[in-house]
Each structure stands twice: as structure tokens, then as C-alpha cells.
Design a binder for this molecule. Sequence first.
Ligand code: GLV
Ligand code: MN
Length: 331
Amino acid sequence: MISSSGSSFDLLCCLVVLLILPFSSLSSDPDSLQDFCVANLNSSISVNGFPCKPDAEVTSHDFFFDGLTKEGNTTNVFGSKVTTGNVLEFPGLNTLGISMNRVDFAPGGLNPPHSHPRASETGVVIEGKLLVGFITTNNVYHSKVLTAGQMFVVPKGLVHFQLNVGEGKAHTVTAFNSQLPGAAVAPPTLFASSPAIPNGVLTKAFQVEDDVINAIKSNCSFLLFQSVRGLLQRLCTDFDDSNNVTIELHDIPGGEDAFDLCAKFCYGIITINLISHDLLPAFCAAKFLRMTESVEQGNFVQKLEAFFISCILDGWKDTVVTLQTTIKLPH
Ligand code: GLV
Ligand code: MN
């Protein structure tokens, strides 16, 4: 027999489950509460996302983005380039829960294993022939070779990659159910983090000796320097023993944090959250590291200049904050 208190308890449980279910099944950015909320990337207010630009300042320009029309420069060790079209480049996406990327591949190029913590990904191959694969949390590997017009999907958070297996170039356009999906890229995450993961963790995790981890770490730091080879080339001609050039991070104009931003930029896939406070230190470090157009198209110096013109000079407050950061910079 069910007592009356038992049945009201059951009823209460059912009600709680019914109330909670819709929330637990939300798997993308939350729904917006207005038509749009063009991101004010420079606001000093910190919220989950970005505050909205005042309506009076919104223009049609905020709802269009041509960053994915250009082919990415694939002359790097991976032979691939991810061009992102998320809220940071395209503020009109703010609160809408969607974004897109373009990924270009040289022949043999690889978009290395990575995962997006905040989004599922779908993509369509536009040109070439790509091996697309992802691995489930049960370590099952799903893959297929795709050609132009064919699509793929990668469930949220799972590790995936694309490899160009065709004769020529390839490119794909990808879409996400998040305005800022984030990307954890396996090689730099594990072997070039800052500060570094202790070798003891990695030797145990991969069941190898120290020298194997050191070799991978030094390869990964080489990856890091792709966009800064301007400086490396100069250092290597200035020093006789070019195999042994030491760079002291605290000596870098702009400081260690600015170097960190430059390093993140080098990986291309990592999203950089830039605020007015960081701009000048990052600019000094990027200039010092020679991250210029002559080394790589769309390099960091040019991106920072564009950010300065379009975002900082837009308002007095950010201009003043940026000016104030000059106090801490070397003369
Ligand atoms: C491809 O995997 C992408 O993240 O754009
Ligand atoms: Mn991806």
C-alpha cells in the first residue's frame, strides 16, 4: 500500500525531474533574450559573454564578416591554418550561440587533434579530400575520407582532426553551436603549456622515459616559433653557435604575459581574449619577436594594429587605459 505521504513525495520527485530535465538537456550557448546584442569587446564589465553595444551605435556592418573569404597561410609545420569567425572577430555573433571557421590545408596538411569544450562541430568539405576522424570517450575511432560537398559532425568535447589525403590543397568550412567554442589542441596543451607540465606527469602518463618527453617538448616549442622566425633568423645570424640561443622571457619587451599572448597567437587555433590593458605590452613583444607581414601574412603585429584602430580608438575610456599601460613599459 502506498501511504499518502509516499505518494506526495513521489509527485514532488516527478515535479523536480520535470523541472530539471530541460536544463540538463541544454547543450549549446543559452538562448538570447533580444534580437541581437552586438558584442562590445572592450567593455570593462565582465559577464558570461560580452555586454551589448548600445543600439544607437549598431550598424549593418556589425552583421557581416568576410574573414572566411581569404585562404589561410598553411606554411607552418602542420601544413594547415584555422581561420576563426567567432564572436571575437565577428561581434554580431554575441549571445546567438553560433560561429564558424575555415580550415585550409596544404597537401599532406593536418589540423592536429583537438577538442572544443563548449560546442559540437559540423563541417562541409569545400575543396580537396580530407580524412576526418574523432574518438569517443570509449576510445572508439570514427573516420571517413570526404570530398567536396560532403559533411561531418563531431560531438561536443570529443578529440578530432582532419588530414589532407588528396593530391592538392583542401579546405573545409566548419560551424559550431557556440559563439566561442574554444579549442584545446593536444600537442601544445600537453607539451608546450606555460608553465610546463612536469615531466614526471608526462613520463608516467605515456609510459616513456624523460628523453622522449624532452624531445617532444622541444619539437613543440619549435612549433611555437613558426610565426616568430623573423627574430630567430636574426638571432641565428648574430650568434656563431646558432644551435644554442637562449631567450630570457623576462627580457622580452612587454613581459612574460605579453610573450604568452604571442605564443598563443602562434598556434593559430587558440582563441586570444585581448583587452585594452594587454594591447601595448603584446604589441611590444610582437614587434620584438618580428611577428610581421614579411614573415607571415596576417601576423600578430598587423592584427594588433587592426584591433587598436577598430576597438581601442573607438572610445575614450579604452584609449586612456591603453595610454596608462605605457607607464609600465621600458623606455
Ligand atoms: C576544425 O576542426 C575546426 O575546429 O574548425
Ligand atoms: Mn575542430
